[in-house]
Design a protein around this ligand. Structure first.
Ligand code: AMP
Ligand code: MG
Length: 341
């Protein structure tokens, strides 16, 4: 037994390369590299196929840690902290892109999505000990959900306003990594950052990537599987971070217009879109809008497909989503396809 194990280990070492740094580890064999790491408060994994897979996976992990240092609101020297503390900062392209995409989604969603929820998020204490705030405190915090002024790369915030990138940073990151892989000639890669998945190309055998969509009310069950290539799939849900007080569930997604935790009958939204940053902003925005307004948004602006799970045990999909989705055979939800001809 010992001899067999030894042979396996030695033969494994012969053509397998490994690298570790902090929470990240990369292992590569032949043209495939896998990476696992913890960053941005999330377990992440990457798989990349290429002649340079090992180096690309290491570069990708290092880039994730660099981006984390820009976006972390708890790190005093991050760009976000410096902007929040001084109210004025010349931001790099990473923050600028998020602020610009978020501004578009904010306008289109009539304020349902808003990066200036920073003070409101702190008030609810989701990063720490969550609690339902007083009406007075909520009122103050929503007055700080306001507009971000941007002139070139110079960003300024009104006094007391803070931005929070919880709804966009992972999407930005998956998108940047996918672009990085593509520019290095990669034809096949999978980036999975918690609820944010983004794929480059197809699987190496030419088949579509298969991404499971989780049941928001049963962590051991899936709603079904999406088959995709070259796109991002991002899920936001009331099950990802929440607390229950006096029998009411309060989730980490907040409505900047009322200051309340979202409770509109939508349990989860999965967005499929070719841009990971847009997908991330949209999945959060759709949660806040609620089913009817989310479908109106989709009809008006398009550019993405989605699946909405509501508390009446219904799964509603846009036609483009349904075309790529195979529902689980034991699915205990009614399934509706919106606007099916
Ligand atoms: P996600 O998991 O992508 O839906 O993002 C949720 C996170 O985004 C929360 O934990 C907050 O940090 C932040 N957030 C909550 N509500 C909003 C909102 N209405 N607009 C933008 N960001 C939000
Ligand atoms: Mg999001």
């Amino acid at each position: 037994m010992f001899a067999v194990l030894l042979i396996i280990m030695v033969s494994g070492c012969a053509n397998e390369k490994t690298w570790t740094s902090g929470s990240a580890s990369v292992s590569a064999k032949g043209e495939k590299a896998d990476a696992a790491l913890f960053a941005m408060d999330t377990y992440m994994s990457l798989t990349v196929y290429s002649d340079d897979a090992y180096d690309l996976a290491i570069n990708a992990c290092e880039r994730i840690f660099e981006l984390e240092k820009l976006f972390d609101p708890d790190l005093p020297e991050s760009e976000v902290s410096r902007l929040n503390v001084s109210g004025e900062f010349t931001v790099g392209r990473e923050l600028k892109e998020q602020i610009e995409t978020a501004a578009l989604v904010k306008e289109r969603s009539e304020g349902a999505f808003d990066l200036t929820v920073g003070a409101l998020v702190e008030l609810w204490g989701f990063g720490d000990v969550p609690k339902v705030p007083s009406n007075e405190d909520i009122h103050k915090a929503i007055s700080l959900c306001t507009d971000i002024a941007i002139d070139g790369s110079a960003v300024s915030l009104p006094e007391g306003t803070k931005i929070n990138l919880g709804a966009s940073a992972k999407g930005y990151t998956s998108n940047e990594l996918s672009e990085f892989f593509k520019s290095a000639g990669v034809k096949s890669a999978l980036v999975s950052l918690g609820g944010n998945v983004q794929v480059v190309g197809t699987k190496p055998d030419g088949n579509l990537w298969r991404v499971a969509v989780q049941d928001p009310r049963n962590e051991n069950a899936g709603l079904g599987v999406l088959s995709i290539k070259d796109c991002a799939v991002v899920t936001s849900g009331d099950y990802q971070r929440y607390f229950i007080e006096e029998g009411v569930r309060y989730c980490h997604i907040l409505d900047p217009r009322t200051g309340m935790s979202v409770n509109n009958g939508v349990c989860a939204v999965t967005v499929m879109c070719d841009n990971g940053l847009m997908a991330d902003c949209l999945s959060t925005a759709m949660m806040v809008l609620g089913k009817e307004k989310a479908l109106e948004y989709w009809e008006t602006w398009g550019g993405y497909e989605m699946l909405i799970v509501t508390s009446d045990n219904t799964v509603t999909m846009t036609p483009g989503f349904a075309a790529s989705f195979e529902p689980d055979e034991n699915l205990e939800y009614s399934v509706e396809i919106f606007n099916e001809e």
